[in-house]
Design a protein around this ligand. Structure first.
Ligand code: GDP
Ligand code: MG
Length: 445
């Protein structure tokens, strides 16, 4: 995420940090670099001007010229300016009588239907008003039966209420969905709408009708964050027709230029609420300006990292593991398997490295080694072991390893690697018991 803009900005920033003292001419030259990198990242011009205006004023005004470490000060100033550009964190507002309607709109292929599923899952996992939400997913995409089916499958997958209707009239379906949500006691009704490949008048009319009829408490535009400035134009066109209350930027997992993300809020005035970070239902995040600014400047996003780890490690398994660790018992292959399952839930190593401060550049090196497929293979190896072998990995001799390799469809080397990994896990566990978390962190550095 943000590799492109992050690299470009990094170069511009090194211009500042390379100097001991900054003259006003240095600041000007540095700002020119910054401007170039933002243009290349496809950030809209008004947004660039706004950002550079803030940076210039502070860089000159806040005595950076005389400062001892101008490079660092400039990073902080740019970070703050990015935050201002991105706007303050805004929560999804749901109030009033149930069912509260969330209307999703946007171009075809932008990720509306996927987002409907992700949002339903998020609403159900997040205790809003202190209790679990009941969510209904209803499709108004009458032009593509496959899209209706797609949403039905998602509803089932996340455990949300589905919606069925014979009607192919959008207003009729919308009314029926409202009635069904009410009847079935849904707190939230998410309406997924049809998209076109370009903004067209008919589509907008239809959307405006649904908006008037359903009176949504939130109208969210789902926009592809990869497409740069044109996403901003699309957002403006929609906002002119139905008042948007929030934006969801999808495909933020790609190696994108980042321009849309930086310009959207400033140009439309509509806050970014969520980010889509992949095709999976878990690849969804509440938007936090600090996180994005940090990622763009290569500083990582520690808060998102902690939240992700917490979400994935919640539950019985990790409690048991912790108990085992504390009591000094050796960890067996079953524990290792649980660790792999946890990693899978975390969305693999690459997604995590993105969030770690200073690890962005490590990503490419490590991502190839620890991917989802590899995790699945490791789990298969453990699955090929007998219960006894899992409990007592020390009995794994050559013959057993060969059998396991065959069973899992991997090489003996793969099995050896896993056994080695298990040994390392126990060594690490020992260190942690000895109060060695600090030591461990030291080693990692
Ligand atoms: N990489 C990535 N793909 C996404 C994301 N959101 C949606 N997609 C994919 O984009 C395609 C279109 O999504 P869909 O939800 O059907 O778009 P819709 O036409 O707006 O309803 C599908 O293949 C999705 O899996 C995202 O955040 N990241
Ligand atoms: Mg769709």
């Amino acid at each position: 995420m943000f590799e492109f803009i992050s690299e470009k900005l990094g170069k511009a920033m090194s211009f500042f940090s390379g100097k001991g003292l900054l003259t006003e001419a240095d600041v000007d030259a540095g700002l020119r670099e910054l401007r170039m990198s933002l243009l290349e990242a496809d950030v809209a011009l008004p947004a660039i001007k706004h950002l550079l205006g803030i940076v210039r004023e502070r860089a000159v005004g806040e005595a950076v010229l005389k400062g001892v470490n101008p490079g660092q000060q400039i990073v902080k100033i740019v970070y703050d300016a990015l935050l201002e550009l991105l706007g303050s964190e805004t929560k999804l507002e749901l109030k009033g009588a149930a069912p509260q309607v969330i209307l999703l709109c946007g171009l075809q292929g932008g990720g509306k239907t996927t987002t409907a599923g992700k949002l339903a899952k998020w609403l159900m996992d997040t205790r809003i008003h202190g209790r679990k939400q009941t969510v209904m997913l209803a499709s108004l995409d009458v032009y593509r039966p496959a899209a209706i089916e797609q949403l039905g499958i998602l509803a089932e997958k996340v455990g949300a209420l589905g919606f069925e209707s014979d009607s192919d009239k959008v207003p009729v379906r919308a009314k029926a969905a409202l009635a069904a949500a009410k009847k079935q006691g849904a707190d939230v009704l998410i309406l997924d709408t049809a998209g076109r490949t370009v903004v067209d008048a008919e589509l907008m009319d239809e959307l405006a009708d649904v908006h008037a009829l359903a009176k949504p408490s939130a109208t969210l535009l789902v926009a592809d964050g990869q497409v740069g400035q044109s996403a901003v134009e699309v957002a403006q066109a929609f906002h002119a027709r139905v008042p948007l209350t929030g934006l969801v930027l999808t495909r933020m997992d790609g190696d994108m230029r980042g321009g849309a993300a930086l310009s959207m809020r400033h140009i439309t005035g509509v806050p970014i609420l969520f980010l889509g970070l992949g095709e999976k239902l878990e690849a969804f995040e509440v938007f936090r300006p600090e996180g994005m600014a940090g990622r763009i400047l290569g500083q990582g996003d520690v808060v998102a990292l902690v939240q992700k780890v917490q979400a994935a490690t919640q539950g019985e398994d990790s409690a048991k593991l912790e108990q085992k660790l504390l009591s000094g018992q050796a960890l067996d292959m079953n524990d290792l398997k649980k660790q792999f399952a946890m990693m899978k839930r975390l969305g693999g190593m690459a997604g995590l490295l993105d969030l770690m401060p200073g690890m962005g550049s490590m990503k490419d090196k490590i991502a190839g080694q620890v991917d989802d497929k590899m995790i699945a293979r490791q789990i298969a190896v453990v699955d090929s072991m007998t219960p006894e072998e899992r409990r007592k990995p020390m009995i794994l001799n050559g013959k057993r390893r060969l059998r396991i390799a065959k069973g899992a469809g991997v090489t003996v080397q793969d099995v050896n690697k896993l056994v080695k990994m298990h040994e390392q896990m126990n060594q690490m566990a020992k260190m942690m018991r000895g109060g060695g978390l600090q030591k461990l962190l030291g080693r990692m550095r």
